[in-house]
Structures are given as C-alpha cells and as structure tokens.
Design a protein around this ligand. Structure first.
Ligand code: HEM
Length: 409
C-alpha cells in the first residue's frame, strides 16, 4: 500500500487483496467515480452504465444484464468467427501481408459489438467512429492538472473543448441509432437495444429518454470494443515473441471446428488462457479509481470523503508477492487444473458490483478472433520487438508495430 497526499486530498494505492476487497466489494457503496473520470469520459459516454450511480445505475444494470447472460455468448462466438474470417479473406484478396493489427482489431471489435449488442452493421460508420475516438484519445483523454485538482462542478478549460467534441460525437451516434430504431423494437428483446428501448422502471413506469439511449449506445460501443481490441493486440504481441506458445495455440485452433455455426461449441482452453495471461501482463484497464463518498477505514488508514483510492491491476498483476515470476508470459497459469488464481490479485475486469458486465463477452470474442487468425497465419513482428505500454485511459502501445501474417503450412 502506498499512501500519500494528492492535491490536498489523501490518495491510497492498494496492492493488498483484503484492502481491495473492502473498497470494491464489502463497502463498495461508500465509493464512487472520481471527478476526473467524469470530466474525461462524460462527453463521450454520458450517463450510461459506466458512469451512472445509485438507483439509476441499478436500473440500468438490471436492464442490460440479460443481454450478457451465458445463453447469449454463442451469438458472440458466431459473429466473432464470421467477422474475423471475412477480415482475413479481405486482407488476402488485397494481398496485404504486413498489417497494423491494432487498427484491424479496433475495427473488428467495433463491428462485433455493433452486431452482437445492437444488431446494427457498423461497417459503413467504422471510419467516422474511429476517427472521433482516435482524435479524442490524442487530444482530450489525458487529464490536465486542473482536471485533477478542481472539485466536480467547476468547469476546467479542457472541459469546454471536450464538450464541444462530445456534441459532434453524439450527432454521429444519433444518425446511426436512427437506422437501428427504424428497424423497430421487439419484445421479447432480440438484443441489448431492444432490452434498453423497451425497459420501464417498475416503480416510476418511466423508460429511457432518447439521450439516455444514446448514452448507453456510446457506453457499450466504447467500453465494448477498445479494451477487447487492446487485449487482442497484446495477446498477438506476446505470441509473436513466444513462437512455441504460438505454435501450440495454432495447433489448438486448427483442431477446433471454427465455422461460425460451430464456433459456440469450440473448445479453446489454451487460447482463452493466452488472452487471460495477456490481460494479466497488459491489463487494458490499468487502474480502477474510486473517490470516497463517506468516511471509511482501509487497512488502518482513515479515509475522508473526497479521498482517492487507486487499485492498479498494472501493479497488482506484476507483484512479486502475489505471482511466481510475474514478468514471464506463461498462459499455463490459466489452464484448467492450474492452481487457482487469487480473486483479488487478478482484476482485469474489476470485481464487486461494478465488475465489467462484458467480461465473458470479451473472453469469448477474443479467444475466437485469435483462433481464426492463428489457424491461418503465423504472426511475426516486423522491425524492433520493443513496444512499451502507455497509459491513455487504457493501456496502449507506444507505437503501432507492423505484424507479418505468414502462411501456416
Ligand atoms: C478485455 C476487455 C475488457 C476489459 C479489460 C474491461 C475492463 C473493465 C473494468 C476493469 C471495468 C470495471 C471498472 C470499475 O470497477 O471501475 C469494466 C466495466 C464495464 N465494462 Fe468492461 N472490459 C472489457 C470488455 C467489455 C465489453 C466487451 C463490454 C460490453 C460489451 C464492456 C462493458 C463494460 C461496462 C458497461 C462497464 C461498466 C459496468 C458498471 O459500472 O456497472 N466491457 N470493464
């Protein structure tokens, strides 16, 4: 645990599983999102599930949960397998062998999320959506000192620019959602959008307003693809540096039936373990930050409202007291039969009531994308192997290395 002052408040970095449990699970209600998180994310995802609090959050979470139930994961597998095969076919037709895998995964994961959650083809919109997100990432996603220092409700200069940007982003989303709406809302719901659009609060009888639906659309598109694309990128990076593991994963992929119809039944324990190990070494959500809303005591430290608590999967996942050879890429840690991993030492998806709603969705999608890719291609890095992680909302690479997609005999 590291405790220190932070702009007039106390900040705790927790690396101790019991203390993490206190903040994220046992006394989770005493904590909320921080003003800096709101400043950076609100212009892009509004009051959707990620930023909502209290009763509004409970209603949203209950409404969205059925769309992520295990029975719906088969559809995710089918869509991921079909879309990945189509992407590889397109690259083959175009004769492209040297590729920017991160860019390809960002497009692919966006299209998979659009189809699985909103039954909406995002292909015609991918370029505009990604252009907005990339511009936001480079210009507005890092908090300025004032973003961190000022209390909620005090506008910072960067906030004006972010809000202006947010208007253009939401105008684009409104156009896309209008296409989806035009195809009607069904009961029982076919997808997440039907569930959200048809939901009524049992107490008030109120449904989501148009802006609230847009906020959910934005939340699920962003939360549902950027992190998964990074998990895929880092998995491929690690596999390119570990040819033996890559060959074993490719053998597993080739032995499985990966057609879109059979994908939901594909057994891919090693590929899933590769993704889990990549999420350990390069957790896309490198920190989970909370602000105390009520007084609390954590591992002997008294916290006052406004104090910050940081749980850093980045630190925790490489902690020498918690892991054996923490810096080593070894997917066997996550294979069935391996000693169980401490629930509070491995938090790529968080834990407690605000745990990632899309965790299983992401694992199914990423395992299948990797399987279809490795069944066809041997991955090699072109140029220097060193790629460093950079913290910009999520764990990005410091550059976009080129990968060669070799033939797998
Ligand atoms: C590898 C991929 C992913 C990673 C690493 C990841 C990580 C996380 C983490 C750490 C949180 C918890 C944050 C906290 O406690 O403050 C979270 C929440 C969330 N994630 Fe994910 N996520 C991934 C994929 C997805 C997918 C595929 C979806 C949707 C399709 C999704 C939707 C959400 C939403 C809506 C929340 C907010 C939940 C709430 O507050 O109730 N995520 N994610």
């Amino acid at each position: 645990m590291i405790a220190g002052p932070f702009l007039g408040r106390q900040s705790l970095l927790l690396n101790e599983p019991n203390a993490i449990r206190r903040v994220l699970v046992d006394n989770a209600g005493a904590y909320g999102r921080t003003p800096a998180t709101l400043r950076i994310l609100h212009p892009m995802i509004g009051d959707g599930l990620f930023l909502a609090e209290g009763e509004a959050w409970r209603f949203q979470r209950r409404t969205a949960a059925p769309a992520f139930a295990p029975k719906n994961l088969g559809l995710v597998a089918t869509i991921a397998a079909r879309r990945t095969a189509a992407l590889l076919d397109r690259l083959a037709r175009e004769g492209r062998r040297i590729v920017d895998l991160l860019a390809l995964f960002q497009e692919l994961a966006l299209v998979v999320a659009g189809e699985a959650l909103f039954s909406q083809s995002l292909e015609p919109h991918v370029r505009a959506l990604r252009a907005h997100l990339d511009a936001y990432g480079t210009r507005f996603a890092r908090p300025s000192p004032l973003d961190l220092a000022l209390p909620q409700g005090w506008p910072t200069p960067a906030e004006f620019l972010r809000r202006r940007f947010g208007r253009s982003w939401f105008a684009l989303l409104a156009e896309i959602l209008a296409e989806r709406r035009a195809r009607g809302i069904e009961t029982p719901p076919r997808d997440l959008f039907d569930a959200l659009a048809g939901a009524r609060d049992p107490e008030t009888g109120r449904g989501f307003t148009e802006q609230e639906l847009l906020d959910q659309f934005a939340t699920f598109l962003i939360a549902g693809h950027e992190t998964t694309a990074l998990a895929l990128f880092w998995s491929c990076y690690l596999l390119a540096l570990a040819p033996d593991v890559q060959d074993a994963a490719a053998a597993e992929a080739r032995a499985a039936e990966l057609s879109p119809e059979a994908a939901p039944r594909a057994q891919l324990p090693l590929l899933r373990a590769v993704v889990q190990e990549a999420l350990r070494l390069y957790p896309p959500a490198f920190t989970i930050v909370r602000e105390a809303k009520e007084p609390d005591e954590v591992a002997g430290h008294r916290l006052a409202p406004g104090d910050l608590v940081v749980v850093a999967p980045w630190v925790l996942h490489r902690h020498e007291r918690l892991w054996n050879e923490p810096d080593r890429f070894d997917p066997r840690r996550f294979l069935p039969g391996a000693p169980p991993v401490d629930r509070f030492a491995y938090l790529p998806f968080g834990v407690g009531p605000r745990v990632c709603i899309g965790a299983q969705f992401a694992l199914v999608e990423a395992s299948l994308v990797l399987a279809v890719l490795l069944a066809r291609h041997r991955l090699e890095l072109v140029g220097p192997a060193r790629v460093l992680p950079v913290a910009v909302v999520t764990t990005h690479p410091d550059r976009r290395p080129a990968f060669r997609l070799g033939a797998r005999p």
